[in-house]
Design a protein around this ligand. Structure first.
Ligand SMILES: NC(=O)c1ccc[n+]([C@@H]2O[C@H](COP(=O)([O-])OP(=O)(O)OC[C@H]3O[C@@H](n4cnc5c(N)ncnc54)[C@H](OP(=O)(O)O)[C@@H]3O)[C@@H](O)[C@H]2O)c1
Length: 257
């Protein structure tokens, strides 16, 4: 199926690794011109160099100036942003009874404020041109909070509320807004969380992963490419009537509908 993405400009945050990289690869394979973003300059260059028609921008999303910088650089190098994939590093793990007002503020800055600012930079142009795709990489924790990931649950639920509200506001202008929710996809972040859980419980990392896989109906972690394919579809022409959705890519992990 031709997804109709040839020549579209896709700004993909956190695309030097994991889910962001897989999303960038899937979009590039469909003919999109991708902007690769991350803090590690050499990896930004390496990933951008591995994709056709891609460019790289080094940026740290903890910097409040990063959204404007990213959009300005994209405009200079490739043109106006047609597709934005909101993504970045996850906040530190921790239980709800250790969550503080400072942790709440940090989660808000990382998972909400920067992404809202970035959407603010690209949305007027998308609406004017009558076409746009806003996609956010979230977490299954939006639908089923994960006890050890309070900051992630809180920040991503707030982002979800914003995006759902936005979806209804801009749908008439040809802009769709959706979230893609990973359960446990095999990336550095998940390996790091498994190591932290192993340290907490005194089990080996292998046992920790095996127990985690056993709780997933598919009995395995997902492949990043399986996630990227869903992102590419939601960015496609064919997905023009899908908006305000949360699409889980979780091997059946979340028990509810
Ligand atoms: N993998 C899963 O199954 C899963 C499940 C639920 C939620 N999530 C969430 O989905 C997001 C992506 O997950 P992942 O597994 O792909 O994580 P990952 O493998 O750790 O990759 C994170 C990406 O974000 C970039 N990044 C991190 N901090 C950044 C910053 N301050 N500024 C700019 N870029 C930054 C990293 O690149 P640099 O190091 O080059 O900056 C990297 O490209 C995370 O928020 C994670 O918590 C993932």
């Amino acid at each position: 199926m031709d997804l109709g993405l040839t020549g579209k400009v896709a700004l993909v945050l956190g695309s030097t690794g994991g889910l962001g990289r897989a999303s960038a690869e899937a979009l590039a394979a469909e003919g999109a011109r991708v902007v690769v973003v991350g803090r590690r300059a050499e990896v930004v260059d390496e990933v951008a160099g591995s994709l056709p028609s891609a460019t790289g921008v080094v940026a740290d999303l903890t910097d409040p100036a990063s959204p404007a910088l990213l959009v300005a650089r994209t405009r200079e190098e490739l043109g106006e942003v047609d597709i934005v994939v909101l993504n970045g590093g996850g906040p530190p793990p921790g239980p709800a009874d250790a969550f503080t007002a400072d942790s709440a503020q940090a989660a808000f800055d990382l998972l909400v404020a920067r992404h809202v600012a970035l959407v603010g930079e690209v949305l007027p142009g998308m609406r004017e041109r009558g076409w746009g795709r806003v996609l956010a990489i979230g977490s299954s924790g939006v639908q089923q909070p994960i006890p050890t990931l309070t900051a992630s649950n809180v920040g991503r639920a707030a982002l979800a509320a914003y995006l759902k509200t936005l979806a209804g506001t801009v749908a008439g202008d040809g802009v769709t807004v959706n979230m893609v929710l990973p359960g446990r996809i095999d990336t550095d972040r998940v390996a790091q969380l498994d190591r932290a859980a192993a340290e907490r419980t005194g089990r080996t990392v292998e046992d920790t992963r095996a127990a985690s896989e056993a709780a997933i109906p598919t009995r395995r972690y997902g492949e990043p490419a399986e996630f990227g394919a869903v992102v590419a579809f939601l960015a496609s022409q064919q997905a023009g009537y899908v908006t305000g959705e949360q699409v889980r890519v979780d091997g059946g992990l979340v028990a509810g509908y």
